[in-house]
Design a protein around this ligand. Structure first.
Ligand code: C2E
Ligand code: CA
Ligand code: CA
Length: 564
């Protein structure tokens, strides 16, 4: 029983009111208001919302019938449960009241068990009506699909939570809806949509597809692209989605045969490019294109679409390459800006194929999206530790370290630190030979595991570098919470710095922050002598860039003077 339910007791007899009130209180109900006639009752309902009314029939000034009539004629009062109170001798009055819209009745003198049961039932009914009302505020009545606001809110939320993932929206438009609605009637048109939705639900199966009714004649589905088998399995949408829809419609329903014209627009995007509203608008635009070009399906941007499909095509190959140990590590020397002396390296992965080298810029984002990145990181960590172990044996006195890129997803995995610490032991390397790189994206969202990994790794002497500094969207305050050893300033701050006065001001400011927080700086992407000079003038520590060294295979690194 909802204890805070409010109940109006209307009776001209004070004893009756008293008895009812006492019994209701005994049931745990606290919020009880009394009225001694109909007019009073009408005043009270204007003042507050009631969950139930107990209403006497015979009263002076305004009787119970009149109250009933007035309440039931207004939509805002239509759902308040009303229980009539009547003397045993006036049972016929009750029948009349029920006709006027009363929900139930109680006879005087009150039977406490019956009173309780009827009050509880009425309150429950009110709750159900409210639940239903709330439900249909968000969901469409005939299809039970989310209404536009809910659909958009849900999509936006998912996009915020998965910033690195590709999202897809399928926008189905029932171009004959209006026509159907005008000819055979709105009901038939609704029936048609409902039927199509039922079919779609047998095609888009699983909780990762979210359906919405975006207009009378439009239904949309969104999904994370990598969880959508139409993309990952490269299925033919026309054959797998639209054909069964057409078939099923014509087979199952005579009345709508031949009028079930459906067009589909598809848009794929990532949260970095578009928000939910734009994604939906673009998919609807694609659908309009399909209609205009008299095609069944159209994609918002064919290039993006093609690229996404190609990307997914690459995944099984990448997996295979990983299993077959085809991925190799290159190492890029990083030098002291002032002297050019090699101080450290960054390990960078390479994927050689028959058609040339595939850039990590291409396959790392894919691996991040599909989750394969965890296995790639494992592979890289092992390969690098093994190599570092070899270099230490080769040159036991040489001081150096190697930076490893660790994906944000891996930083959020509490097993990361144990893995690295095990590798240190396995290859017999002191912690200070390793530097783990993290991007700002690891610091948005749930950072409890990041924190644990960070502290544990640092306590083993491993340095932690903040990579691509300045390109993420995390707030700077994390620099206070996470004492990074190294700050890697992204290449964007260096490109064209020779001529860009803003960058000439920004770089020293960034390096100042780095110094004040006791971080060593690495300036990335330095390609010219002029850039080296500018970095040195700004007191940058280390430089990583093609001006000094490109990433190279181990065989080439072994030829460097420091290894001789
Ligand atoms: P990153 O971590 O920012 O790595 C530095 C990138 O800058 C490397 O690109 C490197 O070759 C490039 N670079 C270095 N000096 C210069 C320069 O002077 N000019 C220009 N234009 N570029 C320079 P790369 O090797 O193509 O890697 C791209 C990104 O892929 C890396 O960016 C990193 O985010 C990711 N990545 C590479 N290897 C791995 C890996 O083993 N594991 C993971 N998780 N990510 C990796
Ligand atoms: Ca890096
Ligand atoms: Ca970087």
């Amino acid at each position: 029983m909802k204890e805070d339910a409010s109940i109006l007791v209307v009776d001209d007899n004070e004893d009756n009111r008293y008895t009812l009130k006492r019994r209701l209180k005994r049931m745990g109900l606290k919020n009880i208001v009394e009225a001694e006639n109909g007019l009073e009752a009408m005043k009270q309902v204007e003042l507050q919302d009631f969950d139930m009314i107990l209403l006497d029939i015979m009263m002076p000034i305004m009787d119970g019938y009149e109250v009933l009539k007035r309440l039931r004629s207004e939509s805002r009062f239509i759902h308040i449960p009303i229980i009539m109170i009547s003397a045993l001798s006036d049972v016929e009055d009750v029948v009349k009241a029920i006709d006027l819209g009363a929900d139930d009745y109680l006879l005087k003198p009150f039977n406490p068990v019956l009173l309780r049961a009827k009050v509880e039932a009425s309150l429950l009914k009110k709750r159900l009506i409210e639940v239903e009302k709330n439900f249909y505020r968000d969901y469409d009545k005939s299809t039970q699909l989310a209404k536009p606001d809910l659909f958009l809110g849900s999509l936006d939320g998912e996009m915020r939570n998965n910033p690195d993932t590709t999202f897809a929206v399928y926008y189905f438009k029932f171009t004959t809806f209006q026509q159907l609605s005008h000819s055979t009637g709105h009901q038939d048109a609704e029936k048609h949509i409902k039927h199509c939705v039922d079919i779609l639900k047998t095609i888009f199966v699983g909780e990762h597809y979210f359906f919405g009714r975006l207009a009378d004649d439009a239904v949309a589905i969104y999904s994370i692209a990598k969880k959508c088998r139409f993309f990952t399995e490269q299925l033919n949408i026309e054959k797998e989605v639209l054909a069964p829809l057409d078939d099923a419609i014509s087979i199952s329903d005579e009345t709508i045969r031949g009028v079930g014209q459906i067009h589909l627009g598809i848009c794929l995007t990532t949260p970095k490019l578009h928000n939910g509203g734009q994604l939906i608008a673009n998919s609807s635009f694609a659908c309009e294109t399909a209609i205009k070009e008299e095609k069944k399906v159209a994609y918002y941007d064919k290039d993006i679409h093609k690229k996404t499909l190609e990307k997914f095509k690459l995944e099984p190959k990448l997996k295979q390459a990983l299993i077959e140990n085809k991925l190799v590590m290159y190492y890029q020397p990083i030098v002291l800006g002032a002297t050019g002396e090699i101080k450290t390296f960054e390990a960078l992965i390479r994927w050689p194929t028959a058609n040339g080298m595939i850039s990590p810029g291409e396959f790392i984002p894919l691996a991040e999206e599909t989750g394969l990145i965890l296995e790639i990181d494992d592979y890289v960590m092992t390969a690098v530790c093994e190599q570092v172990g070899k270099w230490i044996k080769q040159k036991p006195k040489m001081k150096f370290s190697v930076g490893i890129n660790i994906s944000a997803r891996h930083w959020a995995d509490e097993k990361l630190s144990a893995k690295v610490i095990n590798l240190l032991a396995l290859y017999d390397i002191p912690g200070n030979y390793l530097k783990l790189e993290m991007t700002e994206s690891a610091l948005v969202g749930n950072i409890a595991s990041v924190r644990t990994n960070f502290d544990l790794l640092q306590s083993h002497g491993i340095q932690i570098a903040l990579d691509d500094f300045g390109t993420g969207y995390a707030s700077l305050s994390y620099l206070l919470d996470f004492p990074f050893n190294v700050l890697k300033v992204d290449r964007v701050f260096i490109v064209d710095i020779e001529t860009d006065e803003q960058k000439q001001k920004l770089l020293p400011a960034i390096l100042q922050i780095s110094k004040s927080l006791n971080m060593e700086s690495i300036i990335e992407g330095v390609e010219t002598k002029e850039q080296v000079d500018i970095v040195n003038q700004c007191n940058g520590d280390l430089i990583q860039g093609f001006y000094f060294y490109k990433p190279s295979p181990v065989a080439d690194i072994d030829q460097l003077d420091i290894f001789k």
